[in-house]
Design a protein around this ligand. Structure first.
Ligand code: AMP
Ligand code: MN
Ligand code: MN
Ligand code: MN
Length: 285
């Protein structure tokens, strides 16, 4: 399907992206993005600024967020789109997750200390800018100190399950995250379904739970999943009567697999999520 240039997954300095919301929208405009969602991890503080800049540059802006969730002991990401960003339940839910991020960071620093890497919390905080802390900020600190040659390797050596620096963490429940989004009038989407470490057997249970909580769709196309998986997720979306979404998961020039606006053209059999949104279908040209 030759869709318009729609990118419904991106990050700014409000979470672990490199560009400020204003810079991100400018960058998207240069890449001819027509419809953009900013989806920072567990935070919606960048939406106002991004919306303002989008207006200036004639981009249709969609409110977004990427919520960290624990489902059956696994961490999943749920993207929320096109919600009311003044919804108090959503705002409070996200605040709780950010408090959890701070607690996890202390445990990560302790764990790195056991591997004789000291002062990593202070070091990581230097990279957070306006955001709450995430693994990326520890990664940047560790690379700057020469513990690994780049971000990819630092995740392999330190920040993934079983390695020093990784700690298990309980995020929001899938049900809560989906309900915060839908009660704020938005659509809940399973982010990059191909990136989770689970066998094909588990997808039906996940999709059944997700649908029963009110979830709308899945990212059939994502910059952070292997493009060859798109057909499989297009079929799953059809089977579970879910809408399809697409997004680059752009974090900044040079650090993301795919640039902003370059993950589009959903398979023909998909129902694009934006068909639900009058603000997009009435304004797209
Ligand atoms: P967190 O939510 O703090 O646990 O961090 C998750 C974020 O870390 C993801 O959204 C990515 O931006 C980044 N990330 C996770 N795994 C990797 C990896 N292997 N290489 C580079 N970045 C990664
Ligand atoms: Mn990220
Ligand atoms: Mn994600
Ligand atoms: Mn993301």
């Amino acid at each position: 399907m030759n869709t318009p240039n729609i990118d419904l997954h991106s990050h700014s300095t409000i979470s672990d992206g490199l560009l400020t919301p204003t810079e991100l929208v400018s960058y998207a405009s240069k890449k001819d993005v027509q419809v953009l969602a900013l989806t920072d991890h567990d935070d919606i503080a960048g939406l106002k600024e991004a919306r303002l800049m989008s207006k200036k540059l004639n981009i249709i802006f969609i409110n977004g967020v990427e919520i960290s969730v624990t489902w059956r002991k696994r961490t999943l990401h749920i993207v929320g789109l096109n919600f009311d960003d003044s919804n108090v339940n959503l705002i409070n839910g996200l605040k709780q997750i950010r408090i959890g991020r701070e607690n996890r960071a202390k445990k990560m620093a302790h764990s790195l200390g056991m591997a004789s890497i000291f002062n990593s919390l202070e070091g990581a905080k230097k990279y957070t800018k306006h955001s709450t802390i995430g693994r990326i900020h520890f990664a940047q600190f560790l690379v700057s100190k020469g513990y690994a040659k780049d971000i990819k390797n630092v995740f392999k050596k330190f920040l993934t399950p079983g390695k020093p620096g990784y700690v298990e963490h309980e995020w929001a429940s899938l049900k809560d995250a989906v309900e915060w989004i839908t009660q704020a009038g938005g659509d809940a989407i399973i982010a990059h379904p191909g990136r989770y470490d689970m066998g094909k057997k588990l997808y039906p249970s996940l999709l059944a739970d997700f649908k029963s909580f009110g979830g709308s769709g899945i990212e059939v196309m994502s910059g952070s999943q292997d493009p060859s998986q798109s057909q499989y997720f297009a079929e799953l979306a059809k089977e579970y009567d879910l809408f399809a979404s697409c997004g680059s998961d752009f974090h900044g020039p040079g650090i993301s697999h795919r640039s902003i606006g370059f993950v589009k053209n959903l398979p023909d059999e998909c129902k694009p999520i934006w068909l639900k949104w009058p603000n997009v279908i009435n304004n797209i040209h």
